[in-house]
Design a protein around this ligand. Structure first.
Ligand code: IMP
Length: 200
């Protein structure tokens, strides 16, 4: 029997990637499909805490239903900036900013930093709540470096600034399929799928 997953995100870019990674094995619903329009305040101090805040916020909407809620929190941690923007990746340049505003700020903060010191990690924490109330989390991380100039026009967020170390390819140049196979989000979903398989 195909299980149903509710994704705890209103970020359509993330929802698309998560859906593509889970679609083959699960019926995947978004908050939009459910008509849920709440604003979730992410005031955790770690990616994991924020992912848990997101899934817990939706718990009451699926009470009594055979639905697994999956949420994620992600971000970019840059070595020479002591891990910034980190959990503040979405609002690095301020509240209600665009992806471009954040990218510009990041490049500005890293002005003059030589290539060998531009290392960074992209991280995704995933939290799941099962119908019996059990909560589980896992994390995916990939290493890479921040470019000196924009690369590619694909993807979203910091994608045009990140070179994925293992492939040597810029996220912004990758096809959707390629990014969905190699990304930090893919690494986290792989672990989540292993957990899901054990519990189903
Ligand atoms: P969150 O909604 O707090 O998890 O925000 C994550 C932020 O990190 C997004 O708004 C993006 O700026 C950035 N981010 C997360 N995942 C990715 C990705 O796969 N590519 C590029 N940027 C990402």
């Amino acid at each position: 029997m195909m299980r149903t997953i509710l994704l705890a995100t209103r970020n359509q870019d993330k929802a698309k990637e998560l859906k593509a990674m889970l679609d083959a094995d699960f019926e995947v619903l978004t908050m939009k499909d459910f008509g849920i329009e709440i604003e979730i305040i992410e005031d955790g101090l770690t990616y994991e805490e924020n992912a848990l805040i997101k899934v817990r916020a939706l718990k009451s909407y699926v009470q009594g239903k055979d639905i697994i809620i999956i949420g994620e929190d992600s971000g970019l941690s840059v070595d020479c900036l002591n891990g910034e923007p980190g959990i503040y990746s979405a609002r690095y340049a301020g509240e209600n900013v665009t992806y471009t505003d954040n990218n510009e700020k990041l490049l500005k903060e890293m002005t003059g930093v030589p290539e060998e010191q531009r290392g960074a990690s992209f991280i995704t924490a995933i939290a799941m709540i099962f119908p019996d109330g059990c909560e589980l989390t896992c994390e995916g991380l990939v290493r890479g470096k921040i470019v000196l100039e924009y690369c590619g026009e694909g993807g979203f967020g910091y994608d045009p600034l990140f070179i994925h170390e293992a492939s040597g390819r810029c996220y912004g140049d990758m096809t959707k399929d390629e990014k969905n196979r190699l990304s930090h989000r893919a690494a986290a979903i792989e672990k989540a799928k292993a957990i899901l398989e054990q519990r189903i």
